[in-house]
Design a protein around this ligand. Structure first.
Ligand SMILES: Nc1ncnc2c1ncn2[C@@H]1O[C@H](COP(=O)(O)OP(=O)(O)OP(=O)(O)O)[C@@H](O)[C@H]1O
Ligand SMILES: [Mg+2]
Length: 339
């Protein structure tokens, strides 16, 4: 394990059990989340991005459970390596980790903010719950400082307002302030800007980038938007139907995409400065029914390269140069084709 890895996920399998059917939502996922780096998880709706995040946080919905694999938090203090997957979901140790070591922000800030308390009180409670020894005055001062650091204008007034008095972008900042209140080592952001307009989105991403650089926070950013990945990622994991089908550093994956699905995702985004007449190709077909999966490579029904071999089982991981990994039986042909 390299020194800057804070969370390592190994061969994670998380399944849902509904009406006596099993959905293998996460089917053997491995990844490292590193300090001072942004790992972007990208893929279409239903591929398992959120379930990966909620597995790490032990906030899985009912009817689902971690079936196999490991999630390890490398605390770098006297607690050593903590095996998250073995902790009780709502036990003391897990509750201690949540918020203090690993914080999560959601698409909708109202899921994390309580409408009946002021923003200040919620941040103060968060700080107090993880550090009982500091005085009320100090807690208030840190809450104020956080709001300021998150770029909330007029924080002295804002601190005593309720969530409904904040705009969407301001609420998202308040939620990030809450998430950052205990200086977590890891920040997991699940589509944090989908509901916001593009200028506010850019500001929130700038803020996250700042947190990464200033506090060396490890960030796991979930998005379905390849444009966001190109802008923010240090590392990339591309997911499809519960598997990571390609991963590596941003340069490795984005400069030399090798899985047909990654290539298709990249072709589906407009490139800034290329004008309106560029080719933008939406990916053909749709994701298969999770209860009725293809037997082999999950992408094969939509893939131009698919051949008989692709039906024989999910392709093994192939290590290319550096940290670049791909799971495609025909990656050599794909590469030969150029882009
Ligand atoms: N509460 C739930 N009950 C039953 N199945 C679920 C639940 N949440 C997720 N799943 C299933 O788990 C799989 C992965 O879903 P997940 O929410 O992780 O996708 P996602 O990549 O986050 O998609 P999106 O981009 O739409 O947020 C899907 O097949 C989904 O149907
Ligand atoms: Mg999701």
């Amino acid at each position: 394990m390299k020194d800057n890895t804070v969370i390592s996920v190994k061969n994670l399998k998380t399944y849902f059990y509904t009406n006596e059917r099993c959905n293998k939502a996460i089917n053997g996922v491995s990844m490292d989340i590193k300090s001072g780096k942004t790992l972007c998880i990208v893929g279409e709706s239903g591929c398992g991005k959120s379930v990966t995040a909620t597995s790490i946080m032990q906030l899985l919905p009912k009817l689902s459970r971690i079936e196999e694999g490991e999630i390890i938090y490398h605390s770098k203090d006297d607690r050593g390596d903590i095996r998250i997957h073995e902790l009780e979901r709502n036990g003391k140790e897990m509750r201690g980790l949540r918020g203090r070591d690993i914080a999560m922000i959601f698409q909708d800030p109202m899921t994390a903010l309580n409408p009946v308390y002021t923003i200040g009180r919620q941040i103060e409670e968060m700080i107090h719950s993880h550090n009982k020894s500091i005085s009320k005055k100090e807690v208030r001062a840190s809450a104020l400082k956080l709001l300021k650091n998150m770029g909330i204008p007029n924080p002295e007034k804002r601190i005593d307002q309720y969530p409904h008095e904040f705009s969407g972008g301001m609420r998202q900042r308040a939620m990030i302030a809450m998430a950052m209140s205990c200086n977590p080592k890891v920040l997991i952001a699940d589509e944090p800007t989908t509901a916001l307009d593009v200028t506010i989105q850019a500001q929130i991403f700038e803020l996250m980038d700042h947190l990464k650089k200033e506090y060396n926070t490890a960030i796991m950013l979930i998005t379905h938007d390849m444009g966001v990945v190109c802008e923010l990622a240090d590392d990339v994991a591309v997911m499809y139907m519960g598997n990571i089908i390609e991963s590596g550093t941003a340069e490795e994956v984005l400069d030399n995409p090798t899985h047909p699905y990654t290539r298709a995702l990249l072709k589906s985004i407009p490139v800034l400065g290329k004008g309106a007449d560029q080719d933008i190709n939406p990916i053909k077909g749709s994701t298969p029914d999770p209860y009725n999966r293809p037997s082999g490579c999950q992408f094969s029904p939509r893939c131009d390269y698919a051949c008989e071999e692709c039906d024989q089982g999910m392709p093994e991981e192939v290590m290319l140069e550096g940290t670049h990994m791909v799971r495609c039986a025909r990656y050599e042909e794909v590469r030969k084709d150029g882009r």
